[in-house]
Ligand binder design. Structure first.
Ligand code: 4AD
Ligand code: MG
Length: 432
């Protein structure tokens, strides 16, 4: 008789039946006449009961001597736990697929972050890490669904590029058949080209910054989604960011509550996320920072510490706009009513998480853009194609980039972004 292979998450449909589960031994405990094996299959963990009275002595002994992370296939009958509200498997057959060659290095005891990061390939099996990566997967899926269902066409940007987007200080340089190339910092310039073709577009992929800073918010490789819309101004951009971010949070609350529970995330602050967000112009942000005792002067950029202060101040996200042009990248449009200011916006997540979105309205005037490229000392030739977008049917347009890892860190309530991506790349970490 063949036994159906089932996933632990669907055991409820098989109560009273004999089934097969394939997985790994996550934890085990024994008393004299019974072994309890906690088997994980990626969809959940089930208690497998091996009773001396039910199985031959050789099988009983084998089940009691398995090291953690043994891969195995177990067969038995699904039944309700006698006291707890859960299901268990009464084992009658066991196949060991592979026995670990030595003791599994990650034990329930506390390990240091460096040790866990060195063993990231194994650490992913833990309950907490699985919860975080499931929330990440949900957010990625929600991002795609949000844009796909609103007429945005996905047009992915290249990863190897000849030109910088976000300043030249954080470029990873590589050799491209004898020509200098860079890992992309942002797909934005290409998204702008796509917006002139499709009206509404987004790109979504890995982006790279050779950040020399070691902070809880910076990765060398991170994922960014970048919508770009033709005939949209800064106001439209902010409204899109508000609706989008609200939608992402609602989706995680709707579908990943169990995972947020594993992470002990207080969901009350997330339930308060809805438009309109708090609006601050750059100088109002400085005012608040000064009141909070931060020694900021006009013209200073808002770094991690400043973002933390601002985003602890309100229970909704904060949108900071109109930064001095001197702080911003070459492509921003100047505010017509004060050309020293950029039509830009940063969205800061609450609870001290800081910037999760950066974007704004783009310079759509050919001469002004040419001047900006020159003022930023960027190599003009590499931007000729980008200037073409202003030569042929230029229109006002705007967009933004949302960093996936910072969003996951905020929604999961994590202190550091390093656990929000399967294999983080940071200042001193390229492995595993
Ligand atoms: O503010 P940034 O640098 O904006 C851009 O790259 C624009 N070209 C986007 C656009 O308008 N299309 O980055 C956008 C977001 C930040 O708000 C942050 O969430 C994330 O990307 N980000 C990082 N995340 C992790 N590590 C880093 N080093 C990051 N740098 C930016
Ligand atoms: Mg930014």
């Amino acid at each position: 008789m063949t036994v159906p292979r089932v996933r632990i998450e669907s055991l409820e449909r098989h109560v009273g039946q004999r089934v097969e589960i394939a997985g790994w031994l996550q934890h085990a405990r024994s008393s004299k006449h019974v072994h309890f094996l906690y088997v994980r299959d990626g969809s959940g963990v089930v208690q497998v009961v091996v009773a001396a009275s039910d199985v031959p002595p050789a099988l009983f002994d084998q089940a009691g001597g398995l090291p953690l992370e043994t891969s195995l296939v177990v067969r038995g009958t699904v039944r309700r736990h006698p006291r707890r509200d859960e299901l268990e498997l009464g084992l009658d057959e066991l196949d060991v697929v592979s026995r670990p060659v030595r003791e599994y290095p990650i034990s329930p005891k506390e390990h240091g972050v460096d040790f866990l990061m060195d063993h990231r390939h194994l650490w992913l099996r833990s309950r907490r890490q699985q919860a975080i990566l499931r929330v990440r997967a949900e957010i990625v899926s929600a991002i795609r669904e949000y844009f796909d269902s609103r007429g945005f066409v996905l047009v992915d940007a290249p990863i190897l590029t000849p030109n910088a987007c976000e300043g030249t200080s954080t470029l990873f340089e590589t050799d491209y058949h004898g020509q200098k190339a860079y890992l992309t910092q942002s797909g934005q310039l290409y998204a702008e080209a796509a917006a002139m073709a499709f009206g509404r577009t987004y790109c979504f992929g890995p982006t790279f910054r050779a950040e020399k800073s070691k902070t809880r918010r910076h990765l060398a490789e991170f994922w960014m989604v970048e919508p770009e819309v033709a005939f949209m101004d800064l106001e439209g951009d902010i409204a899109l960011a508000e609706d989008f971010l609200t939608n992402l949070v609602a989706r995680v609350l709707d579908r990943r509550r169990a995972e947020l529970g594993v992470l002990e995330r207080d969901v009350a602050p997330l339930e308060r996320i809805r438009p309109p967000f708090v609006r601050l112009r750059y100088e109002q942000a400085l005012e608040i920072l000064r009141e909070a005792g931060q020694p900021v002067r006009f013209g200073d950029d808002l770094g991690g510490d400043e973002e933390t202060v601002l985003s602890q101040r309100f229970d909704r996200p904060v949108v900071v706009t109109h930064y001095p042009m001197s702080l911003k990248a070459f492509y921003f449009k100047r505010d017509p009513s004060d050309p020293s200011r950029a039509l830009n916006m940063d969205v800061l997540a609450p609870e001290g998480y800081g910037e999760v979105i950066g974007g704004g309205q783009r310079e759509d005037d050919l001469a002004a853009l040419e001047a900006a490229i020159e003022a930023h000392r960027l190599p003009r030739a590499a931007f000729e194609w980008y200037l073409d977008l202003r030569r042929y049917g230029s229109v006002p347009h705007a967009g933004f980039g949302l960093g996936v890892e910072r969003t996951v860190a905020w929604i999961c309530g994590l202190h550091h972004v390093r656990e929000t991506i399967p294999f983080p790349r940071m200042l001193h970490r390229l492995a595993p």
